[in-house]
Design a binder for this molecule. Structure first.
Ligand code: SF4
Length: 245
């Protein structure tokens, strides 16, 4: 009963926050969310250290460098992304970078040769991203993502504040365009993931990411040739896991 009550409270809280603050500039949303949740359950930023990650992390660090920044290390990332993670963390003075890994025992039983991505990418994302993500957000009342509405049909109506189980997910950049992203990167002279220069406008795991062809959607290089468009860490499966957590 108490768990159900918390779900309802999170729904109400997210709706109220979205109605009250969802229209504000991204920087203001980050600041007020850190102030609200830092001592009230905790808040973190989840980052892939991909093509667009630097802007949100810069905003978070500008408010409080000790806010936890969580990176899900799937074990299948590009080496460039891992190097970029460490360089950007140093640039921004991030004081609390946390790296979450898949469960070793799960990998040994379900993906012993690391090739599950080829035969069943949904299962691969489940054990390498979704389950670790549920563990990653478990200590916090709220977390930031850098997602934007233009990126895909599944994100087109995304609110800025939304309930995920008993927690609040905050998407301060929801309304941003590619021009907003580029302008912020330029204005703050932020380091870019080196893969962007090679046409990787959305960066995920090495086996599932290709450069984007001219004129195509920035996320078209993710799981190219498959119907899959999301890894699942932003989809209802996570809600079920975090609700159970
Ligand atoms: S993106 Fe590919 S390699 Fe990474 S977890 Fe998902 S299926 Fe596996």
């Amino acid at each position: 009963m108490a768990a159900k009550q918390r779900l309802l409270e999170a729904e109400t809280e997210a709706l109220e926050l979205d109605a009250r603050y969802g229209h504000l500039k991204a920087e203001a949303i980050v600041e007020l969310a850190v102030e609200r949740f830092r001592d009230a359950g905790g808040i973190a930023a989840i980052s892939s250290f991909g093509a667009d990650s630097a802007a949100l992390l810069h905003m978070v660090a500008s408010v409080d460098r000790s806010v936890p920044v969580v990176f899900l290390d799937t074990g299948q990332h590009f080496g460039e992304t891992l190097e970029y993670r460490d360089q950007l963390a140093e640039d921004l003075g991030l004081e609390n970078l946390r790296v979450i890994h898949p469960r070793q025992e799960t990998l040994l039983t379900r993906d012993p040769d690391g090739k599950l991505h080829a035969s069943d990418p949904d299962q691969c994302c489940e054990i390498r991203k979704v389950e670790p993500m549920a563990r990653a957000v478990e200590p916090y009342a709220a977390w930031f993502t850098g997602r934007k509405r233009y990126q895909s049909a599944t994100r087109a109506k995304m609110p800025v504040f939304e309930a995920v189980g008993p927690r609040i997910r905050i998407n301060p950049l929801a309304r941003w365009t590619t021009a907003d992203q580029a302008a912020y990167m330029r204005a703050h002279n932020l380091r870019e993931n080196p893969l962007v220069a090679f046409g990787y406008f959305s960066v995920g795991c090495f086996p599932c990411t290709e450069p984007v062809k001219a004129g195509e959607d920035p996320r078209s290089g993710r799981w190219a040739g498959r119907a899959k468009t999301e890894c699942g860490i932003h989809l209802p499966g996570l809600e079920e896991l975090t609700t159970a957590a």
